[in-house]
Design a binder for this molecule. Structure first.
Ligand code: SIN
Ligand code: CO
Length: 413
């Protein structure tokens, strides 16, 4: 594909471990503690030492907002042990909290705070579509969500303060849950390892590894970079739904060839069974439709919120002028981008769950647009004379997938 090489990546969040060694020895296999996983001169703030991009008060501020998914879990001091409360919260809710033993969790903070979104740039050693969101937690001493397991890989980055993690070495096969609680807590948690993480350290856990993190400081903040792993049930149900949407009421079982009464009225005939099998197999044999469903699914905005197209989107000429004027492009809130290349050299770009078919001469745009979180004008300008490229950008902006932005002084060129 005629694509400029990918942008220089930020340092992987792996400390001294190389991405190759991590993928070979730990990824999807076993837990790994990485000290100083994030570069000491943090890309979060540019300040020396690792600095959390958010303060506890700022996280609490997000949890007051409508449309932000937030939870409070009170291990003690609530109406009953392990009480779960859902946001949005009011300031008084926070004032009434006990001193210890609770935690606040806010989902998808990468979408809300650009500096947290930037954290994902340290995970470029994994395909972007597999990264889900960054959940941020705050806990005073003793706070945590209890011993549990997640069904997907997670990188738990310590942002501030200290957290003691206890975790098992291997995935749990059959978990037992404490009955009757608001949260899913393992009844039979037996940790193999114990470690206290400091700001900048990270704990990687493969799916289903039991873990329990307890705050050891009054300012404990943890950034959970969660992976996405669609369940087979989700894949089959989702693809079947997409197939069904293409069909009409006329696409229906029919048996005009039935020319004699059945011998047994209770029998489902071989012909009837074959007809139904054909319907199912036709859908299952359509590789192109399956790939397309995956692209749409992988880039669908989280929580099904539709993208918000701008009021007055620029046309292709205005788009080119804005970029020549120094504006860049970035995914609009909630928009994910991904692509695949087709055998004939064309590419399909997916943005916000919608496919954009790019002929071979414009296929370069697929990787260009989906490889980086922000596209500075310098990355776009060299292509503005290519046929259809400004129009594609204008369409992506009009559909609410990309938005123009004015790069700040720290923006890479
Ligand atoms: C937390 O940040 O307290 C919980 C993260 C997790 O255990 O998955
Ligand atoms: Co977890």
């Amino acid at each position: 594909m005629n694509v400029a090489s990918p942008p220089a990546a930020l340092e992987p969040a792996l400390g001294d471990l190389s991405p190759e060694a991590f993928l070979e020895d730990y990824w999807q296999q076993r837990p790994r503690v990485i000290r100083e996983a994030l570069p000491p001169r943090s890309t979060f703030s540019g300040a020396p030492g690792f600095t959390s991009p958010l303060a506890p008060e700022e996280l609490a501020g997000l949890a007051l907002e409508e449309g932000v998914e937030s939870r409070l879990i009170l291990k003690e001091g609530g109406a009953y042990p392990w009480e779960l409360r859902h946001g949005p919260f009011a300031e008084d809710d926070f004032r009434a909290l006990p001193e210890k033993n609770w935690t606040l969790l806010v989902q998808a903070v990468d979408q809300l705070v650009p500096a947290v979104g930037r954290l994902l740039e340290h995970f470029r050693f994994l395909p972007r579509w597999r990264l889900d969101d960054v959940m941020v937690s705050y806990a005073p001493e003793g706070g945590g969500v209890g011993a549990h397991l997640d069904h997907y890989d997670v990188f738990l980055v310590q942002g501030k303060g200290q957290r003691r993690w206890r975790f098992s070495r291997a995935p749990v096969e059959n978990e037992e849950i404490v009955p009757g609680l608001d949260v899913r807590i393992l009844a039979d948690f037996e940790p193999d390892e114990e470690v206290v993480l400091e700001a900048g350290d990270l704990l990687y856990l493969p799916p289903r590894v039991a873990h329990h993190g307890i705050s050891e400081s009054e300012d404990c903040m943890t950034y959970s970079v969660g992976l996405r792993a669609p369940s087979h049930a989700e894949i089959l149900a989702g693809y079947a739904r997409a197939c069904a949407e293409q069909l009409t009421e006329e696409d229906r079982f029919a048996d005009p060839a039935l020319d004699a009464p059945p011998e047994h009225v209770g029998e489902i005939s071989p012909e009837a069974r074959e007809q139904v099998r054909r319907v199912v197999k036709r859908a299952a044999a359509d590789d192109g439709a399956i790939d397309r469903w995956l692209g749409r699914h992988a880039t669908r905005p989280p929580a099904g919120e539709p993208l918000l197209p701008p009021g007055e989107p620029p046309d292709a000429n205005e788009m080119a002028a804005a970029i020549r004027d120094g504006q860049g492009l970035r995914p609009a809130p909630g928009a994910r981008l991904a692509f695949f290349e087709n055998e004939d050299g064309s590419a399909t770009l997916f943005a916000g769950g919608e496919p954009y078919d790019l002929p071979p001469e414009r296929a370069f745009a697929a990787a260009l647009l989906s490889d980086r979180r922000r596209l500075p004008p310098g990355a776009l300008a060299p292509h503005l004379d290519e046929d259809g490229f400004p129009a594609l950008l204008a369409r992506l902006v009009a559909d609410g997938a990309l938005e123009l932005f004015a790069p700040g002084p720290e923006e890479p060129p």
